[in-house]
Design a protein around this ligand. Structure first.
Ligand SMILES: Cc1cc2nc3c(=O)[nH]c(=O)nc-3n(C[C@H](O)[C@H](O)[C@H](O)COP(=O)(O)OP(=O)(O)OC[C@H]3O[C@@H](n4cnc5c(N)ncnc54)[C@H](O)[C@@H]3O)c2cc1C
Length: 384
């Protein structure tokens, strides 16, 4: 393994690999990426691939729109079909508060040219006749949203990074971040030491453990989300959007010949990635409540993964005051897959040019927590 690098990235998920690709493309030195296990084995491989523009804050919308440009042309750029399926996202409102917030969000989204529309309950009933409508007060729909394949996108970034000369090491764990006089000087790993003036924390749900290696505390907590998939089940011939029963925190979408159903999101942080029976029951009950025909569907399998939650459900990006050369790309709070193209771009700009140019990321700095400048959302953020 290299003993000297210009940038070391810790973490071989979709974020670390996107950063590696964007840095490699600029041909500005030796870039090394370390993954303690196999590429993608963290949250990326557990992710359900949702990509949407329907966010409720300007900064998340900017990251979505920038990332969409890459997803739209992914195959041309990376030679891998990302399997981006534009099925649309349908958000269902069942409380007056939901209606108010969705309508505010719609005004914001339209300012960015997003083709989102407000759907009256009659229109929802007409377009999506399989939904139970008793408590639905309206909804928003954007046909630009959809989902793509996390492993396809990951392998696109990994292949792209390797072609630019990035050195990727699997089975190499960062054990310590070396620091001298307030500056990062390298990384000690289970395979030896690499000196480097820049180290990127792309540790996903392990981000706070990676930061601790540099003596820092960052507020990123791992929260388990369970997901279940039914056996093949036919509901309708029409395209079914990714549908979110917002108040219940439940969503579903087509998955090959069956359906993917979201299970519960834990309240307490942990690194537990087991699935449990109660979660499967909850996912099934939510499904039958909103789509009564699903009573006949059977759960075939399930899995769990970890969100990397920040205190305001927004990413923590950029430099760290008092520790030169340490860069954070953390806290995506369940949106890291869809924002990975733009994150790779802005972090590479920050490292190479001193400032992120494509999107102003100053509002996402870690300093916002000390300053009490958390990013406010009108309502608890939805997480895929
Ligand atoms: C069930 C579920 C569904 C999701 N659905 C969506 C969705 O629809 N849309 C969306 O945008 N996002 C979704 N997400 C979130 C998304 O998966 C994450 O935001 C994204 O994968 C984060 O990528 P990452 O590279 O930061 O983290 P990871 O993929 O976790 O990668 C971090 C890597 O760092 C490695 N690592 C950690 N410590 C070390 C160390 N010391 N040395 C070396 N390597 C180390 C880990 O092994 C890991 O592979 C979902 C998440 C879950 C759990």
């Amino acid at each position: 393994m290299e003993q000297v690098a210009d940038v070391v990235i810790i973490g071989g998920g979709v974020i670390g690999l996107s950063i590696a690709y964007h840095l490699g493309q600029r041909k500005v030195g030796k870039i090394v990426l370390l993954e303690k296990g196999q590429l993608g084995e963290g949250s990326t491989s557990r992710c359900v691939g949702g990509i949407r523009t329907q966010f409720s804050t300007e900064i998340n919308i900017l990251f979505s729109l920038e990332s969409m440009k890459t997803f739209d042309h992914f195959e041309e750029e990376f030679g891998v079909n990302p399997e981006f399926k534009r099925i649309g996202y349908l958000f269902l409102a069942t409380t007056d508060q939901d209606v108010k917030v969705f309508q505010q969000n719609l005004i914001l989204q339209k300012q960015f040219g997003i083709p989102v529309e407000w759907l009256h309950p009659d229109e929802i009933r007409r377009r999506f006749p399989y939904l139970k409508m008793d408590d639905i007060l309206g909804g928003t729909f954007s046909p630009r949203d959809g989902y793509a394949g996390p492993s396809e996108v990951l392998s696109g970034f990994a292949g792209g990074a390797k072609r630019t000369g990035v050195k990727i090491y699997e089975g190499v764990e960062a054990k310590e971040i070396l620091v001298d006089k307030g500056k990062v000087t390298g990384v000690r790993t289970n395979g030896g030491e690499i000196s480097s003036p820049v180290v990127v924390n792309a540790g996903g749900p392990y981000a706070s453990l990676v930061a601790e290696m540099a003596g820092l505390r960052i507020p990123v907590k791992p929260l388990r989300r369970q997901v279940f998939v039914t056996a093949p089940f036919h509901l309708t011939d029409q395209t079914i959007p990714l549908t979110i029963d917002f108040h219940r925190g439940w969503y579903f979408r087509q998955e090959v010949d069956g359906f993917l159903l979201s299970g519960p999101l834990d309240r307490e942080p942990s690194f537990n990635t087991n699935t449990d029976y109660e979660a499967m029951v909850e996912a099934s009950e939510n499904a039958i409540y909103r789509v009564p025909a699903m009573e006949k569907a059977q759960i075939a399998r399930g899995w769990a993964g970890l969100y990397e939650i920040s205190p305001d459900n927004h990413a923590i990006l950029g430099k760290v005051p008092g520790l030169e050369g340490f860069i954070l790309a953390n806290g995506f709070s369940g949106h890291g897959f869809q924002h990975s193209p733009a994150v790779g771009k802005v972090i590479s700009e920050l490292i190479l040019e001193g400032k992120a140019k494509t999107i102003d990321i100053s509002s996402l700095s870690i300093e916002r927590f000390e300053r009490g400048e958390l990013i406010l959302e009108p309502m608890t953020a939805f997480k895929e």
